[in-house]
Design a protein around this ligand. Sequence first.
Ligand code: FPP
Length: 240
Amino acid sequence: MTAPAPAPPPQHVAIIMDGNGRWAKQRGRPRTFGHAEGVEALRRTVEAAGELGVRYLTVFGFSTENWRRPAEEVSALFDLLRLYVARDLDRLVEDGVRVRVIGSRVGLQSDIAAIIADAETRTAANSTLHLTIAFNYGGQDEIARAARRLAEDTAAGKLDPASIDAACFAAYLDTADLPAPDLLIRTSGEQRLSNFMLWQAAYAELVFVDVLWPDFGKQALAQAIEEYRGRERRFGGHGA
Ligand code: FPP
Protein backbone atom coordinates (compact mmCIF):
# COMPACT_ATOMS: atom_id res chain seq x y z
CA MET A 1 0.00 0.00 0.00
CA THR A 2 1.38 3.41 -0.88
CA ALA A 3 1.38 6.17 1.72
CA PRO A 4 -1.16 8.94 1.06
CA ALA A 5 0.31 11.98 -0.70
CA PRO A 6 1.13 14.79 1.75
CA ALA A 7 -1.49 17.55 1.88
CA PRO A 8 -0.52 20.42 -0.43
CA PRO A 9 0.69 23.71 1.05
CA PRO A 10 -1.93 26.46 1.38
CA GLN A 11 -2.27 28.38 -1.85
CA HIS A 12 -3.05 31.64 -0.02
CA VAL A 13 -1.65 32.61 3.38
CA ALA A 14 -2.89 35.76 5.13
CA ILE A 15 -1.03 37.17 8.14
CA ILE A 16 -1.95 39.59 10.92
CA MET A 17 1.53 40.85 11.81
CA ASP A 18 1.05 41.56 15.51
CA GLY A 19 3.40 42.17 18.44
CA ASN A 20 5.81 44.84 17.16
CA GLY A 21 5.07 47.12 20.12
CA ARG A 22 5.60 44.38 22.74
CA TRP A 23 8.80 43.24 21.00
CA ALA A 24 10.17 46.80 21.22
CA LYS A 25 9.00 47.24 24.84
CA GLN A 26 10.81 44.06 25.89
CA ARG A 27 13.98 45.75 24.64
CA GLY A 28 13.24 49.16 26.20
CA ARG A 29 12.90 50.72 22.74
CA PRO A 30 10.12 52.85 21.17
CA ARG A 31 7.26 51.08 19.40
CA THR A 32 8.48 52.44 16.06
CA PHE A 33 11.65 50.37 16.49
CA GLY A 34 9.45 47.28 16.64
CA HIS A 35 7.66 48.31 13.44
CA ALA A 36 11.00 48.81 11.67
CA GLU A 37 12.05 45.29 12.70
CA GLY A 38 8.64 44.19 11.47
CA VAL A 39 9.66 45.22 7.96
CA GLU A 40 12.67 42.88 8.21
CA ALA A 41 10.31 40.07 9.23
CA LEU A 42 8.10 40.92 6.25
CA ARG A 43 11.11 40.63 3.90
CA ARG A 44 12.05 37.24 5.35
CA THR A 45 8.46 36.03 5.14
CA VAL A 46 7.97 37.07 1.49
CA GLU A 47 11.10 35.10 0.58
CA ALA A 48 10.10 32.11 2.72
CA ALA A 49 6.56 32.03 1.32
CA GLY A 50 7.88 31.49 -2.21
CA GLU A 51 10.30 28.81 -1.00
CA LEU A 52 7.51 26.97 0.84
CA GLY A 53 5.22 26.83 -2.21
CA VAL A 54 2.78 29.57 -1.20
CA ARG A 55 1.40 31.47 -4.23
CA TYR A 56 -0.54 34.26 -2.49
CA LEU A 57 0.60 36.12 0.62
CA THR A 58 -1.55 38.86 2.14
CA VAL A 59 -0.34 40.92 5.11
CA PHE A 60 -2.09 43.45 7.34
CA GLY A 61 0.13 46.57 7.33
CA PHE A 62 -2.18 49.34 8.56
CA SER A 63 -5.80 49.09 9.60
CA THR A 64 -8.58 51.66 9.33
CA GLU A 65 -8.52 51.61 13.17
CA ASN A 66 -4.76 52.29 13.41
CA TRP A 67 -5.51 56.02 12.84
CA ARG A 68 -6.40 56.04 16.57
CA ARG A 69 -2.70 55.62 17.43
CA PRO A 70 -0.51 58.65 18.21
CA ALA A 71 0.26 60.74 15.11
CA GLU A 72 3.96 59.98 15.46
CA GLU A 73 3.37 56.22 15.25
CA VAL A 74 0.95 56.58 12.31
CA SER A 75 3.52 58.68 10.50
CA ALA A 76 6.23 56.06 11.19
CA LEU A 77 4.03 53.32 9.70
CA PHE A 78 3.51 55.39 6.54
CA ASP A 79 7.27 56.00 6.35
CA LEU A 80 7.87 52.25 6.60
CA LEU A 81 5.61 51.60 3.61
CA ARG A 82 7.57 54.25 1.67
CA LEU A 83 10.85 52.66 2.76
CA TYR A 84 9.77 49.09 2.01
CA VAL A 85 8.68 49.96 -1.53
CA ALA A 86 11.72 52.20 -2.17
CA ARG A 87 14.14 49.49 -1.01
CA ASP A 88 12.46 46.33 -2.20
CA LEU A 89 10.44 47.12 -5.32
CA ASP A 90 13.29 46.47 -7.81
CA ARG A 91 13.93 43.09 -6.23
CA LEU A 92 10.23 42.21 -6.12
CA VAL A 93 9.96 43.09 -9.83
CA GLU A 94 12.99 40.89 -10.61
CA ASP A 95 11.74 38.00 -8.48
CA GLY A 96 8.40 37.92 -10.31
CA VAL A 97 6.37 39.10 -7.32
CA ARG A 98 3.07 40.82 -8.12
CA VAL A 99 2.27 43.55 -5.60
CA ARG A 100 -1.25 44.70 -4.83
CA VAL A 101 -2.44 47.04 -2.11
CA ILE A 102 -5.97 46.64 -0.75
CA GLY A 103 -7.80 49.11 1.45
CA SER A 104 -9.25 52.58 1.14
CA ARG A 105 -7.25 55.23 -0.70
CA VAL A 106 -9.25 57.94 1.13
CA GLY A 107 -7.07 59.92 3.53
CA LEU A 108 -3.76 58.68 2.11
CA GLN A 109 -1.15 61.32 1.27
CA SER A 110 -0.79 61.76 -2.49
CA ASP A 111 2.79 60.44 -2.53
CA ILE A 112 1.61 57.20 -0.86
CA ALA A 113 -1.13 56.78 -3.47
CA ALA A 114 1.49 57.33 -6.20
CA ILE A 115 3.93 54.83 -4.62
CA ILE A 116 1.15 52.23 -4.47
CA ALA A 117 0.13 52.84 -8.10
CA ASP A 118 3.78 52.56 -9.22
CA ALA A 119 4.33 49.28 -7.32
CA GLU A 120 1.12 47.80 -8.74
CA THR A 121 1.89 48.91 -12.31
CA ARG A 122 5.51 47.77 -12.33
CA THR A 123 4.61 44.30 -11.06
CA ALA A 124 1.31 43.85 -12.93
CA ALA A 125 2.69 41.18 -15.29
CA ASN A 126 4.29 39.11 -12.50
CA SER A 127 2.81 35.93 -11.11
CA THR A 128 5.46 33.92 -9.20
CA LEU A 129 4.13 35.15 -5.85
CA HIS A 130 1.17 37.47 -5.31
CA LEU A 131 1.99 39.80 -2.40
CA THR A 132 -0.99 41.83 -1.20
CA ILE A 133 -0.48 44.53 1.41
CA ALA A 134 -3.62 45.54 3.30
CA PHE A 135 -3.01 49.21 4.04
CA ASN A 136 -5.65 51.59 5.40
CA TYR A 137 -7.73 48.43 5.31
CA GLY A 138 -10.67 47.27 7.41
CA GLY A 139 -12.93 44.35 6.51
CA GLN A 140 -16.11 46.22 7.44
CA ASP A 141 -14.99 49.28 5.47
CA GLU A 142 -14.20 47.07 2.45
CA ILE A 143 -17.65 45.44 2.60
CA ALA A 144 -19.37 48.83 2.99
CA ARG A 145 -17.41 50.26 0.01
CA ALA A 146 -18.36 47.21 -2.07
CA ALA A 147 -22.03 47.60 -1.09
CA ARG A 148 -21.95 51.27 -2.07
CA ARG A 149 -20.57 50.49 -5.55
CA LEU A 150 -23.03 47.64 -5.96
CA ALA A 151 -25.91 49.99 -5.04
CA GLU A 152 -24.58 52.59 -7.52
CA ASP A 153 -24.49 49.98 -10.31
CA THR A 154 -27.99 48.82 -9.39
CA ALA A 155 -29.35 52.39 -9.33
CA ALA A 156 -27.72 53.03 -12.73
CA GLY A 157 -29.48 49.98 -14.15
CA LYS A 158 -26.19 48.12 -14.76
CA LEU A 159 -26.98 45.38 -12.27
CA ASP A 160 -30.18 43.42 -11.69
CA PRO A 161 -30.77 43.07 -7.90
CA ALA A 162 -32.00 39.51 -8.54
CA SER A 163 -28.52 38.57 -9.81
CA ILE A 164 -26.75 39.57 -6.57
CA ASP A 165 -25.30 36.51 -4.88
CA ALA A 166 -22.10 35.81 -2.94
CA ALA A 167 -19.96 35.49 -6.08
CA CYS A 168 -21.37 38.73 -7.52
CA PHE A 169 -20.73 40.55 -4.22
CA ALA A 170 -17.18 39.20 -3.93
CA ALA A 171 -16.37 40.72 -7.32
CA TYR A 172 -16.92 44.18 -5.77
CA LEU A 173 -14.44 43.59 -2.94
CA ASP A 174 -10.83 44.83 -3.04
CA THR A 175 -9.79 41.18 -3.33
CA ALA A 176 -11.86 40.50 -6.48
CA ASP A 177 -8.81 39.04 -8.28
CA LEU A 178 -7.61 36.89 -5.39
CA PRO A 179 -8.57 33.43 -4.16
CA ALA A 180 -9.82 33.21 -0.55
CA PRO A 181 -7.10 32.65 2.06
CA ASP A 182 -6.61 29.00 3.04
CA LEU A 183 -4.55 29.76 6.13
CA LEU A 184 -4.78 32.86 8.32
CA ILE A 185 -1.97 33.35 10.82
CA ARG A 186 -1.94 35.85 13.68
CA THR A 187 1.27 36.34 15.63
CA SER A 188 1.80 37.44 19.24
CA GLY A 189 -0.71 35.13 20.91
CA GLU A 190 -3.79 37.31 20.33
CA GLN A 191 -6.79 35.37 19.05
CA ARG A 192 -8.91 37.85 17.07
CA LEU A 193 -9.51 38.76 13.43
CA SER A 194 -9.43 42.51 14.21
CA ASN A 195 -11.43 43.40 11.10
CA PHE A 196 -9.07 41.55 8.71
CA MET A 197 -10.54 39.79 5.64
CA LEU A 198 -13.92 39.27 7.30
CA TRP A 199 -15.62 38.09 4.12
CA GLN A 200 -12.66 36.22 2.66
CA ALA A 201 -11.70 34.26 5.80
CA ALA A 202 -15.05 32.44 5.94
CA TYR A 203 -13.36 29.03 5.56
CA ALA A 204 -9.74 29.89 6.32
CA GLU A 205 -7.93 27.72 8.84
CA LEU A 206 -6.88 29.98 11.71
CA VAL A 207 -3.47 29.48 13.31
CA PHE A 208 -2.46 31.63 16.28
CA VAL A 209 1.23 31.62 17.14
CA ASP A 210 2.92 33.10 20.21
CA VAL A 211 5.95 34.47 18.36
CA LEU A 212 6.00 38.28 18.13
CA TRP A 213 6.01 39.52 14.53
CA PRO A 214 9.62 40.86 14.46
CA ASP A 215 10.79 37.31 15.34
CA PHE A 216 8.72 35.69 12.56
CA GLY A 217 10.45 34.04 9.61
CA LYS A 218 10.77 30.86 7.57
CA GLN A 219 10.73 28.47 10.53
CA ALA A 220 7.59 29.95 12.08
CA LEU A 221 5.85 30.03 8.69
CA ALA A 222 6.80 26.41 7.99
CA GLN A 223 5.42 25.40 11.41
CA ALA A 224 2.11 27.17 10.77
CA ILE A 225 1.89 25.45 7.38
CA GLU A 226 2.53 22.08 9.06
CA GLU A 227 -0.35 22.77 11.45
CA TYR A 228 -2.55 23.71 8.48
CA ARG A 229 -1.64 20.45 6.72
CA GLY A 230 -2.89 18.49 9.71
CA ARG A 231 -6.32 20.13 9.60
CA GLU A 232 -9.33 18.58 7.92
CA ARG A 233 -11.10 21.16 5.75
CA ARG A 234 -14.77 20.49 5.20
CA PHE A 235 -16.17 23.80 3.91
CA GLY A 236 -19.47 23.11 5.66
CA GLY A 237 -19.77 19.58 4.33
CA HIS A 238 -18.63 16.45 6.14
CA GLY A 239 -15.37 14.53 5.87
CA ALA A 240 -16.76 11.20 4.61
C1 FPP B 1 0.88 45.32 15.10
O1 FPP B 1 1.78 45.44 16.14
C2 FPP B 1 1.48 45.78 13.86
C3 FPP B 1 1.08 46.86 13.17
C4 FPP B 1 -0.02 47.73 13.61
C5 FPP B 1 1.74 47.28 11.93
C6 FPP B 1 2.36 46.20 11.11
C7 FPP B 1 3.40 46.83 10.30
C8 FPP B 1 4.58 46.29 9.98
C9 FPP B 1 4.97 44.90 10.28
C10 FPP B 1 5.55 47.12 9.26
C11 FPP B 1 5.56 46.81 7.80
C12 FPP B 1 4.43 47.40 7.14
C13 FPP B 1 4.41 47.73 5.84
C14 FPP B 1 3.16 48.26 5.31
C15 FPP B 1 5.55 47.59 4.93
P1 FPP B 1 1.37 46.30 17.42
O2 FPP B 1 1.97 47.65 17.28
O3 FPP B 1 -0.11 46.30 17.58
O4 FPP B 1 2.07 45.48 18.54
P2 FPP B 1 1.58 45.30 20.05
O5 FPP B 1 0.25 44.57 19.98
O6 FPP B 1 2.66 44.47 20.66
O7 FPP B 1 1.46 46.66 20.65
